[in-house]
Design a protein around this ligand. Structure first.
Ligand code: 13P
Length: 248
């Protein structure tokens, strides 16, 4: 089953108000892309202002706390993202798993908080280079999914992003065969966790997606879009990736 593709940009800790012009330019590029969804997840500080620049493009957060409110200095609740008009929240990105020591249970709690707030949770998984070299990529990603995917989620509430840690920001990507194998494994695991809802969950590939490899990646079965870091920061780089998804 071909699912509606989603191209999401993760700006990470990049962008001040000076970058709002790029959001407007990305909106202009996305407006012509029929039949796909496009999202940008800027830093929290830009979510409200970014929302003013878009109609076709949805805005998302890059993380949320698992609690709805409370004494958690410096944290952001999913309800706060929804209050600003965000539609998505990324949870379990490898940079948060590494930098902030987040484990699968925390990632699942965050995804559940996002869903409870009416957001679509983008749950990230992916193996390290060492794990792949040891032949453990599939088992590592499978275990991450078992621990991180909310078992009651519907297809409309959940997106999974497969981001091999060693492909993020490196210019390296797995072979197309390796991507196909992993996305098939993820689909099977989602069906096992979610039943038939798992057939409708979009599975994004992330890690050094660029204008020159986007079309080939998105032509792979069960690659239902992309989660893009560096190349989402400018409309010049992101627009061709949006076009590749629309043409796939
Ligand atoms: P790059 O596209 O910069 O490799 O980053 C991928 C990523 O981590 C998106 O979440």
């Amino acid at each position: 089953m071909a699912l509606r593709k989603l191209v999401a940009g993760n700006w990470k800790m990049n962008g001040t108000r000076a970058a709002l012009g790029e959001i407007a330019a990305i909106e202009a590029a996305a407006a012509g892309a029929a039949g796909i969804d496009v999202a940008i997840c800027p830093p929290f500080t830009l979510i409200a202002a970014a929302g003013q620049q878009v109609s076709k493009v949805a805005i998302g957060g890059q993380d949320c706390h698992h609690a709805a409110k409370g004494a958690h200095t410096g944290c952001i609740a999913a309800t706060m993202l929804a209050d600003l008009g965000a539609r998505y929240v990324i949870v379990g990105h490898s940079e948060r798993r590494t930098d902030n020591g987040e484990d699968d249970a925390q990632v699942r709690a965050k995804a559940e908080a996002g869903i409870a707030a009416g957001l679509i949770a983008i749950v990230c998984v992916g193996e390290t280079e060492g794990e792949r070299d040891e032949g453990r990529a599939g088992s590592v990603v499978g275990a991450q999914l078992d621990g991180s995917v909310p078992p009651a989620a519907t297809a409309a509430q959940l997106v999974v992003a497969y981001e091999p840690v060693w492909a993020i920001g490196t210019g390296r990507t797995p072979s197309l065969d390796d991507v196909a194998e992993m996305h098939a494994l993820i689909r099977a695991k989602l069906l096992a966790i979610l039943g038939q809802e798992g057939a409708g969950v979009r599975i994004l590939y992330g890690g050094s997606v660029k204008p020159d490899n986007a079309a080939a990646l998105m032509a792979i079965a069960d690659v239902d879009g992309a989660l893009v870091g560096g190349a989402s920061l400018t409309a010049a780089q992101f627009a061709p990736i949006i076009e590749a998804a629309a043409g796939a």
